[in-house]
Design a binder for this molecule. Structure first.
Ligand code: BV8
Ligand code: ZN
Length: 250
């Protein structure tokens, strides 16, 4: 890792009061949750438009529910990794820490992060497409297709392709992105919009942009500093939550 750049980034972090972490599937990769577009990405095997789209859900709810049951099991067996923990720990050091995540796995909250905006929903929440009643994990997912008391189909509370993102989460995320000193992009390919707009809001507002990823991405050009390595190793060091030998203090 380019030490000079790393020291510069640490310097910026030490002088910052507000920091935003914008995270994608890569921050949960070391918790055992597959990413979407990386080398073993989910979308290399399955078609997103078939699985993450409302029309197809209506046509084939059994298949879509089988896919989400599997993902719920994977998420329930996973736990926060050092990257999530470092982000949660950062709350003790900065006046303002905001997590804007595209992930649906709830791992930031389970790690202890307080201000978390979930732009693409949360796999532990479900709702009836007919009457909107929410069913959290108390639905019987043994049923092939869970049904509401009103007879409507229950769906996961996840934003599918072609669907709007939750308005208040999006607005609060935009405000945080436009008002932070440091904007840290962690583990995202940066190809999904409008979530990726947050990076541009931060850039336009003069934030210092740090990227943490295992490879270059479509948004690397926007970063003041990119650090290539696993989030679970880089973040504790960047946020000085390990001694400089890289030994993790979390
Ligand atoms: C909307 C839910 C309109 C399902 C998801 C053409 C061009 C541009 C945009 C579009 C277009 N055609 C259509 C669109 C819009 C579309 C979009 O952006 N498509 C893209 C793919 C081209 N967006 C939408 O449809 C959105 N809605 O636009 O609505 C509208 C407007 C008005 C009124 C009505 C409607 C909805 C988008 C949400 C889609 N939902 N998933 C599910 O999750 O089950 S998308 C999916 O991608 C996930 O939600 C995920 O969160 C999101 C982003 O992916 P990443 O998190 O970045 O994951 P990825 O695998 O891509 O990358 C992982 C990264 O981690 C890699 O870079 C890898 O190198 C790195 N990594 C791996 N390991 C590690 C690591 N880094 C660090 N450490 C490690 N250990
Ligand atoms: Zn209902």
């Amino acid at each position: 890792m380019n030490d000079e750049k790393f020291q510069e980034a640490k310097e910026k972090i030490n002088n910052a009061s507000s920091i935003v972490f914008f995270t994608g599937a890569g921050v949960s990769a070391e918790s055992g949750i597959a990413t979407f577009r990386g080398v073993d990405g989910i979308w290399t095997k399955l078609k997103p438009e078939e699985l993450a789209n409302f029309d197809n859900f209506l046509k084939n709810p059994e298949m879509v529910w089988a896919w989400y049951k599997y993902r719920k099991e994977v998420v329930n067996e996973s736990k926060p990794n050092p990257a999530h923990l470092a982000i949660a720990e950062a709350q003790k050091r900065f006046t303002e820490v905001t997590v804007i995540t595209q992930n649906i796995d709830n791992l930031h909250r389970r790690a202890g992060s307080k201000t978390v905006y979930e732009l693409h929903g949360n796999i532990q929440r479900n709702y009836c497409v007919k009457c909107g009643t929410f069913y959290n994990n108390d639905i019987d997912i043994e049923d092939k297709v869970p049904k509401c008391k009103c007879g409507g189909l229950i769906r996961p509370d996840i934003v599918w392709f072609g669907e709007m993102l939750p308005e208040s989460e999006f607005e609060l995320s935009e405000i945080a992105s436009r008002n932070c000193d440091i904007f840290v992009i962690v583990g995202t390919s940066g190809v999904v919009y409008p979530a990726a707009n947050m990076i541009f809001y931060a850039k336009e507002s003069g934030a210092y942009i740090i990227e943490v990823n295992i490879e270059r991405t479509e948004v690397s050009y926007l970063a003041n500093a990119s650090f290539f390595g696993k989030a679970g190793t880089v973040l504790p060091r960047l946020l000085e939550l390990d001694d400089n030998s890289g030994q993790n203090l979390l």
